[in-house]
Design a protein around this ligand. Structure first.
Ligand code: FUC
Length: 764
């Protein structure tokens, strides 16, 4: 089983360093024996403070554009919306700072080994220097909310500990403690918009403290900026982080310094063994819920070398490793009470990160959460639920201010402060991404899915349904009748464009497959939720009346699913967004069984789009091919994604790939690709749609023998599967409640009665 990342040298850069985290606190470990670097993050460290963005001209512009589009005056509608409808960009997720550990002994390291043990959630470094064995362990504990570094050596050695930050900050040392305090800027410009203009601080930004406390058998002394440890054979460094962030709608004024100091003192009283045992138990329970064995012997070669060699070696154990890494990253970056994972999860070292390392909700944030429920990690999706709850509040202002509508809406970017208004800041060409009001609908799919997987009716009644209803109220207010359809118009298909005339590239259309697909999805799920909750009021009746009118799918001249209301010339036939296939995945309105013609149109679309794309796009394609039942094509995409990507300069390009530390490359690093491929591998083995549990729906022929334990099916069912010679051998289902389920295997369909907590096993 593939549960370890292995390296024979320290990390030279971020894409080689190893990520640790407890949901909120993140650390990248470089494993440098001479001057160790740990870069730190906290998920609430963002630029700016609460704000409400409005454009008084927006509503009129929107109404005018709604008239111009059916008159085919697309260019006029575009300039009008660009000028009067777009507003400020979103805010940035910021790096906290670094801890350095300088080893003061000469000579170089030999027998160097660096590992990430994903079962334990521990990174280790071992080496020999001047004949002395050194060992270090690093973890970020969720139960004790602290970073722990443990250093041991066979003979005494000397070290210097220091810290710094790119933010306005100060680092000091006193007694046995190292202090890094600072604040976030109240103005920062996104890299893609304005470049690196100087930061401004008005003192009202989020403040932070990171305090490290050191225990050692050596002598610890401090000067103004660093801690020195002499003649130590054992050192334990415990670091706690607190910020002044309270919530999206209030100034960040929470006391942070003294709580941080108090906690670090409390943690420092605990022994290393105790901290470690509590961390391993907590992390291990979550990680151990699923075990995947793709039938390849564990490969002990260095992870970076394996990725480099993959194209020639066909080392498919890497697919298992990538799947496990996806689960590891979820556990490390998304825990109840933390913020939802952003474009880089929680790991960001750059002040001006690509796309501000914030939330892009026209695919990327949603993708982050695709594998969570399937991998038995319900509960770790709650940060996303909280993000949705947040924008259901801020998005109600956006709905009012921009559309004069009820309910709530959000556009394609979100930040810590719950940004829900369109970005773009009047830039030419911004509509392709900025003008897209469908994220509230898409995000609500996750609320419904949380219920479907957990059957938690109280969650459905008290949390999911009210938000889903509010999302639908917005659409009900803005939709217009167009022939037999109700449409949300004008619409875009995220970030894509088409040739309106031979020379004019536009993004606005009368309607798009994705917009209508999301409406079908949202309204369908509301109808199902209402049945579960026994609600049958005027709202539900209206939802059910409109639901059948949304579907506008059309098949184009080459058999492809049309992205727009007409078959326009595509600007980029290989475009990365697969928006029009939303109904196939993550939606469920298109299935090979239920809508074979549309499924075939999706297949043609996927073939036309091709395989190679950005990392996340390939992750989506892994899922889409799996949903079409084509495990081999799905695996081809995994292989494409596994191509070695050398660490780069962080600039945006295309082509995907995997960095030495297994982080997915857009490029640059973007974490959604890791989660997309993890979900895709799960979908090869288990799918749930149309009320069926599908066992081995898309097993690739390269996966001849194997097993998976602990995947989750909808209905709170835990599933184990084994296969041999490419064929299903056995499966078992376990449900805490008695229920009837329909199981579809490659051999046919059957109805099964599950008794409460009694494992049902079927062997071929
Ligand atoms: C969407 C994608 C880009 C990138 C960005 C963060 O806008 O189209 O490729 O992933 O999000």
């Amino acid at each position: 089983m593939e549960n370890k990342l292995r390296y024979s040298a320290p990390a030279a850069c971020f894409e080689e360093a190893l990520p640790l985290g407890n949901g909120s606190v993140g650390a990248m470990v470089y494993g440098k024996w001479d001057k160790e670097k740990l870069s730190l993050n906290h998920d609430t460290l963002w630029s700016v403070k609460p704000r409400r963005i409005a454009r008084p001209e927006a509503y009129e512009a929107y109404k005018k554009a709604q008239k111009l589009v059916p008159e085919d005056k697309i260019e006029d509608a575009t300039s009008l919306l660009e000028r009067d409808f777009t507003a400020d960009f979103g805010q940035s997720y910021l790096p906290l700072g670094n801890i350095y550990i300088e080893a003061k002994c000469g000579g170089t390291a030999e027998e160097y080994a660096r590992e990430l043990d994903m079962q334990k959630g521990i990174a280790t470094v071992r080496y020999t220097q001047n004949g002395i064995r050194f060992a270090r362990e690093y973890f970020v504990s969720h139960p004790d909310n602290c970073i722990v570094v443990h250093i041991t050596s066979e003979k005494p050695a000397d070290y210097v500990f220091s810290a710094d930050s790119q933010l306005k900050s100060a680092s000091t040392a006193f007694g046995r403690c190292l202090y890094l305090t600072g604040e976030c800027p109240t103005s920062i410009s996104p890299l893609y918009a304005m470049g690196t203009v100087p930061l401004t601080y008005d003192g009202e930004g989020i403040k932070f403290a990171a305090i490290g406390s050191l225990a050692s058998d050596g002598t610890v002394t401090s000067d103004d900026t660093c801690l020195t440890v002499a003649q130590a054979t054992e050192i334990t460094l415990v670091i706690c982080i607190e910020t002044s962030y309270i919530n999206f709608d209030v100034l960040p004024t929470k006391p942070y310094y003294y709580p941080c100091e108090a906690r670090v003192q409390k943690m420092a009283e605990k022994s290393y063994t105790e901290l470690r045992a509590r961390h391993v138990a907590d992390h291990g329970e979550l990680y151990g819920r699923v075990q995947l064995d793709l039938g390849f012997p564990e490969n002990h070669a260095m992870t970076d070398e394996r990725i480099r060699a993959e194209e020639k070696s066909g080392d498919l154990g890497l697919a298992e490793l990538l799947f496990n890494f996806g689960r590891y990253l979820i556990i490390a970056s998304s825990r109840e009470g933390s913020e939802a994972t952003n474009l880089q999860g929680i790991w960001n070292e750059q002040l001006y990160a690509p796309w501000s390392s914030n939330y892009t909700v026209n695919i990327n944030t949603e993708m982050n959460y695709w594998p969570v429920l399937m991998c038995g990690l319900a509960g770790l999706d709650l940060p996303l639920v909280e993000l949705i709850r947040k924008i259901s509040v801020t998005g109600a202002n956006a709905a009012k201010d921009f559309y004069r509508a009820r309910g709530f809406c959000a556009h394609h970017n979100v930040d810590l402060w719950g940004l829900a208004t369109p970005v773009g800041a009047q830039r030419t060409g911004c509509l392709s991404y900025a003008y897209w009001n469908m994220s509230s609908g898409w995000l609500c799919r996750h609320l419904w899915e949380h219920y479907e997987y957990t059957l938690d009716k109280a969650f459905l009644r008290d949390t999911a349904y009210p938000i889903m209803k509010s999302a639908a109220e917005f659409y009900l207010d803005v939709m217009v009748k167009d022939g037999e359809h109700y449409i949300v118009t004008p619409s875009t298909s995220p970030e894509n464009s088409y040739y309106h005339t031979k020379t004019s590239r536009v993004s606005l259309a009368r309607h798009t497959a994705m917009t209508q697909g999301i409406l079908t999805d949202l309204f369908g799920n509301i109808s199902k939720a209402a049945s579960v909750l026994g609600i049958d009021d005027e709202f539900v009746r209206e939802v059910r009346k409109k639901l059948p009118t949304f579907c506008t799918y059309e098949i184009g001249s080459e058999g492809q699913l049309l992205e727009y209301d007409k078959e326009f010339a595509e600007v980029d036939v290989h475009h990365r967004h697969m928006s029009h296939l939303y109904g196939l995945y993550p939606g469920e309105s298109i299935t090979a069984e239920g809508t074979p013609e549309l499924a075939e149109a999706c297949r043609v679309t996927l073939l036309r789009r091709g395989d190679v794309s950005t990392g996340w796009s390939m992750g989506w394609r892994v899922c889409l091919w799996a949903k079409l039942g084509d495990g081999d094509h799905s695996l081809e995409l995994v292989k494409n994604q596994l191509k070695f990507k050398a660490p780069d300069d962080g600039r945006v390009s295309f082509g995907g790939g995997t960095y030495p530390n297994l982080f997915d490359a857009h490029p640059p690093f973007q974490i959604d690709g890791n989660f997309g491929v993890c979900a895709g591998i799960a979908l090869m083995l288990l799918q749930c749609d149309s009320g069926k549990i599908r066992i081995l729906p898309a097993l690739p022929s390269d996966f001849q023998n194997g097993s998976v334990h602990g995947l989750a099916a909808k209905g709170n069912v835990t599933v184990d599967i084994t296969w041999q010679n490419g064929k299903l051998k056995s499966y078992s289902l376990l449900s805490p409640t008695a229920q009837n389920v329909t199981v579809a295997t490659p051999h046919g369909e059957t109805s099964i009665r599950l008794e409460s907590n009694i494992k049902f096993t079927f062997t071929e």
